[in-house]
Structure formats: structure tokens, C-alpha cells
Design a protein around this ligand. Structure first.
Ligand code: F6R
Length: 609
């Protein structure tokens, strides 16, 4: 939510800032802006997308060697130009901010009484005036930022520049992500490494409470107590072209098609021919996972749907009680904690506020052990967890999560196998057989992707609908939930998912010829039950769109459209069945002409409550 970037260099930084913003746009796209220092502060802001800002900058020929920039997801104040960042104080200090300042009202009142005029409705503007206030006394930007952030409550990652310090970029973070990019006689800051890949792969992750003083030649970092600290430098494995569109029309389409590769890479993380190495979850994993007595999974949105699938896998393969819970609910609940129940958090970004706070709540309630499954190394969630597993999906730019979901599922299946073995439920031979099946998975997903032309034809029939129902049973019910979420978030067609057996308990009343019903129908032990549920739909004139397996008995008949996936993939089937639902949502959105990668009102990393 909101992306920030900054640069200090001997060259013009405007193209670097604009390219960085383009790469950060997934974090918010209500407005964008930048400030460069060039004989004073030069600020350009625009509502809407980064492309509009770039056009404006092109006309004004803005340039400079020090600058900060921002792409916004509006929280305090609407998406207007006045509310767009950077915010400035008395035309001398500028700030970009990602996060929420909870005590902004009290600070605003105080700063107003000190004579500061406010030009926006944002919480951010208090930060820049506060820094300016302290700068008056110290004439030292670092000292002023340190004094100002000490008064902030809430979450922030900020970049700060001053017209009086044309080679100094100050960065600070607490609760929101921020990293430093290290170049040769030039340095950068950004919310996410992908923004910096065209200029550097060398990054330093700032920790909570850190403040950094960044110049052309040097970087000084201070911890929350103001002590100078060394934070290790990492070389990112990502490359600049990983965040490029290539021949695809949208990142979502590209990311759907990357799934065979992403799944194979995630498997490579620690799977030998015969077994999954427990160490893939961290050095202490074997010890910790061997002694836990259950698993509670906390996650949001799509990640929560992966958690729901894991309930089935962990209970059936490892025989351990497993419960998935929406993180935003758990964090405010006095749940009964068993210290030996593992807290497992799932998150693509590792920045989701609700999930991080749910983990904090779980620890407070007495849970001793935690594991994060995440796609972003060094993210807050990963750093706050005892054990970790990094999915290898690569950067996911489309706001609707796709490859992150299927790689989470792979990670969860590996976890279920490890737990099964450590708890004496999975034999060596069984484990090898599961692993053989896992290795087939990229191929099976590839076969599901080959159905795209047929799915695209189906999608045309959805484009004029206002509602859709998704049905599944067992571990495919969460896949139906995920299919419905994908459809609603990118095509804006209202969609709901139900366990198929639940239909007759209410939602059947909705079924008529205008309500397409999508059924996830694998050839598993529940298929005959599901078929009966589908008959209930047909008998009420509902139109059925059924994704069945190659080896199941279904025939196309009136009111029943059928597409066949590969033969049944056993417990891994939920992963294969996800793919056609992603494609259905994608093509329905294409037919409706929505902004697929940046659906209205949404942003990718939800760092607010
Ligand atoms: C939907 C989607 C969201 C996220 C949710 C959690 O396509 O992407 O529902 O899954 O906001 O995000 P992460 O996984 O980053 O914690």
C-alpha cells in the first residue's frame, strides 16, 4: 500500500524514480508524485497513474540529482492532487510516506498552533511539518528526522529530502517496509527490491526503528536507540526482466502461465528424490515440527484460501488438528491458545498488517512456535517468525494473486509431508510416492493452461452476468472460494462460493437461468455426491460450467458445459483445479474491459488494518 522510491546520484534521477514507480505501482495507483532538488524543491504530482505523471514530467523537463517519489493508495483523504505525495513544508523539506500515522490528529492540532498551514487531508503532512519544526532548531536533517519520528505512533516508511542538503537522502522505517539499494557512487531507497533492479541488485534491509543517512558515497544507519549499526548487504536473486511483461497482455496472464516454472522452482528448494528435508523450514524445523501437537494457520484473502486447503492435507496426511482462521478476526479474539500448537502464517507479501498483527497476538497468547510461508525474503512476517519457507514464485505484480497461491499450496503440501513423517503417519515409501506425484505437477498445470482457448470462450458467456456461484467439495471447496474471489476482484461480477452440499440449505434459492454455476468436479470420492448437487441446480434451470477430470464420467448435456482437466491428481488436485478458475476470471475481465492488473479500489500489499 503506497510505494516509495528515492535516489541520490551524479546523474539525473528522474528516469530512475519513474521506472521505480512503474514497478511499484501494484502497491497503489490513486495518484503519483515526485520531488527533485534542483535549485530548490521541484515537485510534480498527478492523480491517476504513473504514466500520467511521466507525461507531465516530460512536458516540464524536470531533472535533478536527488529525489523522492511515491505512488499512493489513498487512506486519509481522497485521491486528489493535493493529497498526493510528496508533501512539503515551507517549500524546503519534502517527504514520501508509506503507512499510517495514528496520532496525526493530535500532531496536526499542535503544528497548526505553531503556525503550520496544512495543504492536504493526509496523515503524512504532519510528518513533514514536524521534521521542519525540528530542523529549525538543529539545521541538521538527520537530527530533525530522528526527533520527528520519535513522536509518531503507527507505521511508517519515509524518504526525506531538503532543499538545503542537495546530496542527502534520509530514510526511516517502523512497521512498513523499506530497503536501501547500494550502487557505485549512487544510492537508493525503495519499498520493494523490484523497483531498484534496473539500477542495482545490492540491497540492505532496514529494521524496525532504523534511520539511514544516505549520500553519494556513504550510508550510515542508526538503530531505534540512535546507535550506529551495520545491516548486512544482500544480493537479490531477482533480475530486472522478471518484472517485465514480455509478450503477455497483462501481468496476471503472465503470472498464471508462469505457474509450472514457479511450482518447479519451489519444489527445488529442498526436495530430494526420496524425501523432503525438514531443514527447508529452517535449521530448528525438525525439532520444532516434531513436537507440535497441532497447527493454526492465519492468513488473509487468497492466502487464507490456501490455508483452508492445508486444513484437509495436514489433518489427513499428518493426523494433526489444523485450523485456518482469517487473520483480521483472530487478532482481536481471545482464542484459547495451546502453546504447542504451531502458528503458521501465510502471505505472498509478508507485509499484510492483519497477518503480522495476528502473529503478534498469537505470541502474546502463549503460542511458542511460528512458521511463515512467504514469497518475499526479509519481509516483516518472515523476520518475525521462528521458522520460514520462501516460495519461489518470483515477483507477483498483478494485484490478483495467482502463482503465489499455487506455490503456497506446494509449500503447504511439503509441510504436510514433513509433519506426516515426523509424526509417524507417512512412511518412507509413501513420501517417495507423493514426491513422484509432486514432480508431475508442473506438467499437469501446463495441461490445464492449454485449456485457455475453451475457457476464454466460456468467459464470453459470463461477461453480461451480474452474479455467479462456485461450488466445490472437500479440499476443492477452498478452490471454489478462490475462483469466486478471482472473478469478483478483477471482473467485478459478484460471485460466491459454497460447499456443494450446502446449496440446498439456502443458496439454491438464487439459482435461475441468469445465474451461471461453476463446479469444481475432480474425480475424487465425493464426485457422486457432487453430481447429485449439480442435478439440484439443473432441475432449477441453472446453467452449469463443470471442470471435471479426464478420467471421470460426465457427459455434456443441456445446461451442462464441460471441460476436462488432466486425469485426477489425487490430493494435489486442488492445485490443478485452481488454474482454469484463474483463466476464467482473467478472460471474463478481458471481455468486460476492466483494468485486470490494477482492479479498482485494491492494492497488492495491504499494510493497513
Ligand atoms: C487476492 C489477493 C488478496 C491477498 C491478501 C493477502 O487476489 O491477492 O486477497 O491474498 O490481501 O495478501 P498476502 O498474501 O500478501 O498476505
Amino acid at each position: 500500500m503506497c510505494g516509495i522510491i528515492g535516489a541520490v546520484a551524479q546523474r539525473n534521477v528522474v528516469p530512475i524514480l519513474l521506472e521505480g514507480l512503474r514497478r511499484l505501482e501494484y502497491r497503489g495507483y490513486d495518484s503519483a508524485g515526485l520531488v527533485v532538488i534542483n535549485k530548490g524543491l521541484q515537485r510534480v504530482r498527478s492523480t491517476g497513474r504513473v504514466a500520467e505523471l511521466a507525461a507531465q514530467i516530460g512536458r516540464q523537463k524536470t531533472h535533478g540529482h536527488l529525489g523522492i517519489a511515491h505512488t499512493r493508495w489513498a487512506t486519509h483523504g481522497g485521491p486528489t492532487e493535493d493529497n498526493a505525495h510528496p508533501h512539503v513544508s515551507t517549500n524546503s523539506i519534502a517527504v514520501v510516506h508509506n503507512g499510517i500515522i495514528e496520532n496525526h490528529e493530535a500532531l496536526r492540532t499542535r503544528l497548526k498552533s505553531l503556525g503550520y498551514d496544512f495543504a492536504s487531508e493526509t496523515d503524512t503532512e504532519v510528518i513533514v511539518h514536524l521534521i521542519h519544526f525540528y530542523y529549525q532548531a538543529s539545521r541538521d536533517l538527520l537530527v530533525a528526522v530522528r526527533a520527528a519520528v520519535a513522536e509518531l505512533q503507527g507505521a511508517y516508511a519515509i524518504g526525506v529530502v531538503s532543499a538545503e542538503a542537495p546530496h542527502q537522502l534520509i530514510a526511516a522505517r517502523r512497521g512498513s517496509p523499506l530497503l536501501i539499494g547500494v550502487g557505485i557512487e549512487e544510492n537508493f531507497i525503495a519499498s520493494d527490491v523490484s523497483a531498484l533492479l534496473p539500477v542495482t541488485q545490492r540491497v540492505i534491509y532496514l529494521e524496525d526503528g532504523d534511520i539511514a543517512d544516505i549520500g553519494l558515497l556513504g550510508i550510515r544507519i542508526f538503530d531505534a536507540e540512535g546507535r550506529p549499526v551495520e545491516r548486512g548487504e544482500h544480493v537479490s536473486e531477482l533480475s530486472a526482466d522478471m518484472a517485465e511483461l514480455g509478450n503477455y497482455r497483462h501481468f496476471m496472464q503472465k503470472e498464471i502461465h508462469e505457474q509450472p516454472r514457479a511450482i518447479a522452482d519451489t519444489l527445488l528448494a529442498g526436495v530430494t528424490t526420496h524425501s523432503v528435508l525438514p531443514g527447508i523450514f529452517g535449521p530448528q524445523a525438525e525439532d520444532v515440527l516434531g513436537k507440535i501437537n497441532g497447527v493454526r494457520i492465519l492468513a488473509c484473502g487468497t492466502s487464507f484460501h490456501a490455508a483452508k486447503v492445508a486444513e484437509y492435507w495436514i489433518e489427513s496426511l499428518a493426523g494433526l488438528p489444523c485450523r485456518a482462521e482469517v487473520a483480521s478476526e483472530y487478532r482481536y479474539r481471545n482464542s484459547v491458545a495451546d502453546p504447542d500448537t504451531l502458528i503458521l502464517t501465510l502471505s505472498q507479501s509478508g507485509e499484510t498488517r492483519d497477518t503480522i498483527d495476528a502473529l503478534i497476538q498469537a505470541k502474546k497468547l502463549g503460542h511458542k512456535h511460528s512458521l511463515a510461508i512467504c514469497n518475499v525474503p526479509e519481509s516483516a512476517l518472515v523476520r518475525a517468525s521462528e521458522l520460514k519457507f520462501l516460495t519461489r514464485a518470483g515477483p507477483e505484480i498483478g494485484v490478483a494473486s495467482t502463482k503465489a497461491f499455487t506455490t503456497q499450496l506446494v509449500a503447504l503440501f511439503l509441510l504436510a509431508l514433513v509433519l506426516g513423517r515426523l509424526h509417524g503417519r507417512v512412511s518412507v515409501a509413501q513420501e517417495k510416492s507423493w514426491l513422484d506425484q509432486l514432480r508431475e505437477l508442473p506438467g499437469l498445470v501446463g495441461q490445464a493452461l492449454a485449456l485457455e482457448p475453451e475457457i476464454s470462450a466460456w468467459a464470453e458467456r459470463f461477461a453480461d452476468k451480474h452474479h455467479a456461484l462456485f461450488l466445490g467439495r472437500g479440499a476443492h471447496y477452498p478452490i471454489a472460494l478462490e475462483g469466486a474471489l478471482k472473478l469478483k476482484e478483477i471482473s467485478y461480477i459478484h460471485a460466491e462460493a459454497y460447499p456443494a452440499g450446502e446449496l440446498k440449505h439456502g443458496p439454491l434459492a438464487l439459482v435461475d437461468k441468469d445465474m451461471p454455476v461453476v463446479a469444481v468436479a475432480p474425480n475424487d470420492t465425493l464426485l457422486e455426491k457432487l453430481k447429485s448437487n449439480l442435478q439440484e441446480v439443473r432441475a432449477r434451470g441453472g446453467e452449469l460450467y463443470v471442470f471435471a477430470d479426464q478420467d471421470s464420467h460426465f457427459s455434456e448435456q443441456d445446461g451442462l458445459h464441460l471441460l476436462r482437466l488432466p486425469s485426477h491428481a489425487g490430493p494435489l488436485s486442488p492445485i490443478v483445479h485452481t488454474v482454469p478458475l484463474q483463466l476464467l476470471a482473467y478472460h471474463a475481465a478481458l471481455c468486460k474491459g476492466t483494468d485486470v492488473d490494477k482492479p479498482r479500489n485494491l492494492a497488492k500489499s495491504v499494510t493497513v488494518e
